[in-house]
Design a protein around this ligand. Structure first.
Ligand SMILES: [Zn+2]
Length: 433
């Protein structure tokens, strides 16, 4: 759109120049106005059009190289203009030192790892997948900034159906004698994830695909329709694996094989290697109800969780609250936001638009307390990581994002250990019923 406008505006500019006598001081303002207009239009092209095309293919490498030094703001900010507001920048991400050292041996910097996590959060593609592609991509040089690269990889995967469910053809599909064009489209058993990765580098062929797959064992699952060849683990493989593991630990707060124990007669979900902590004593009014007017409409605290009859989680770590019509979800305590955005954590068992709050410790008990809120509606997030919030502040509207089958709030109260998510889950109803 900016290009079309600039075309006609350039014609106007040309006409203006013909009408105005050269060096007429009386018309200096006109010159300035025209100059400003041209400058603005050029800025628009630089800010919007160039980064967009730079993501489309390698042929614009040279243009990108030429334009880069003149970009008035950083590449990250430029992307934000294009794709809307994102809560995650590489600076928000913590990477363990050991991982940084291991990555450095492969020429990856801490910033590269941070970029992969940030891009993963923004595009909802697992960070280790993006890093895997990044390591293997033959066109890294096209971007100045690894964050832009990672982000572009994530977006490409997203746009090409990486997150789509696999297409499964019915077993008894009759093969037509004469194949019409529509029939060919009807059922082709290609995993969209496979297709998405190939789309990043179509000329790379299957050898390139396999080299991507080789960098992480996690590919074997999602890419079920692809034959994975044997490979020798190498340094890159270790980086992707360690990276994946460190992410899991960072997001987890405790291990996945959690167990339910009773502490002072009350249920607490803990990791196997964590000493259970009793329910913190809080004064009256310390907690407010995060979703006023709601009641338990799904899993209660400690319930086993099933998916199509298969046990997927031994103990539901929070409560599922619902009410007709949905509505605002509010902070249950005074504190600081330690997470605000998309999350899909198996270990925390929370997904979709998620907010986590580290509550201010109550005067009555030094045990750290955190609260987690899941499945917020798209586009309704009201807080950012690091915000100070008061009990009752609007966090998001209840939604159906993530692993969810109806508008509800997944609310989890976690205690002990500290950190952004604390260590172990206790029954929220003990505090908000
Ligand atoms: Zn739940």
């Amino acid at each position: 759109m900016e290009v079309a406008m600039s075309q006609s505006d350039w014609e106007n500019v040309t006409e203006d120049r013909q009408d105005v006598p050269f060096l007429d001081l009386g018309n200096l303002l006109s010159y300035l106005r025209v100059g400003c207009l041209v400058f603005t239009l050029l800025s628009c092209v630089l800010l919007c059009v160039v980064p967009y095309y730079a993501q489309q293919g390698r042929w614009l490498d040279d243009v990108w190289e030429l334009i880069k030094p003149f970009l008035p703001i950083s590449a990250e900010d430029t992307l934000d203009y294009f794709h809307g507001e994102y809560p995650y920048l590489p600076g928000d991400v913590l990477v363990p030192e050991g991982l940084v050292e291991s990555a450095e041996r492969q020429g990856l910097e801490e910033y590269d790892l941070q970029s992969a996590v940030a891009a993963g959060k923004r595009t909802r593609i697992p960070s280790e997948v993006i890093l895997s592609v990044y390591i293997n991509a033959p066109w890294l040089h096209m971007y100045e900034d690894s964050f832009v690269t990672m982000h572009a990889i994530g977006r490409t995967l997203l746009e090409n159906g990486y997150l789509d469910p696999p297409i499964i053809c019915p077993e008894e599909t009759p093969v037509p004698e004469v194949i019409e064009e529509e029939d060919v489209e009807a059922c082709v058993e290609i995993d969209p994830k496979h297709k998405a990765i190939m789309s990043l580098y179509p000329n790379g062929g299957s050898a390139w695909l396999y080299s991507v797959l080789d960098t992480s064992g996690i590919w074997a699952g999602p890419l079920g329709t692809v034959e994975i060849e044997e490979f020798e683990p190498n340094e890159l493989w270790y980086i992707a694996t360690i990276f994946n593991e460190s992410l899991r630990i960072r997001l987890a707060g405790y291990k996945e094989d959690n167990i339910l124990v009773l502490v002072n007669g009350l249920p607490v979900i803990i990791g196997t290697d964590i000493a259970p902590v009793a329910y913190p004593i809080v004064p009256d009014g310390y907690f407010v109800h995060p979703y006023p007017g709601s009641s338990i409409t799904g899993y209660r605290f400690g319930d086993p969780v099933y998916d199509h009859g298969v046990l997927v989680r031994a103990h539901h770590p929070g409560v599922d609250l619902g009410k007709p019509g949905g509505g605002p979800v509010v902070a249950a305590c005074n504190g600081r936001v330690t997470y605000a955005g998309w999350m899909d954590s198996a270990s925390l068992w929370i997904s979709g638009i998620v907010v986590a709050i580290e509550c201010n410790p109550p005067s009555t008990d030094p045990t750290p307390i955190c609260t987690l809120y899941g499945h917020g509606a798209e586009g309704t997030l009201k807080v950012r990581n690091g915000d100070d919030v008061r009990a009752g502040d609007w966090l998001f509207s209840a939604g159906n994002t993530g692993y969810s089958f109806g508008v509800h709030l997944h609310f989890d109260v976690r205690v002990g250990g500290g950190g952004p998510f604390c260590n172990q889950s206790v029954d929220p109803m003990y505090y908000i019923d």
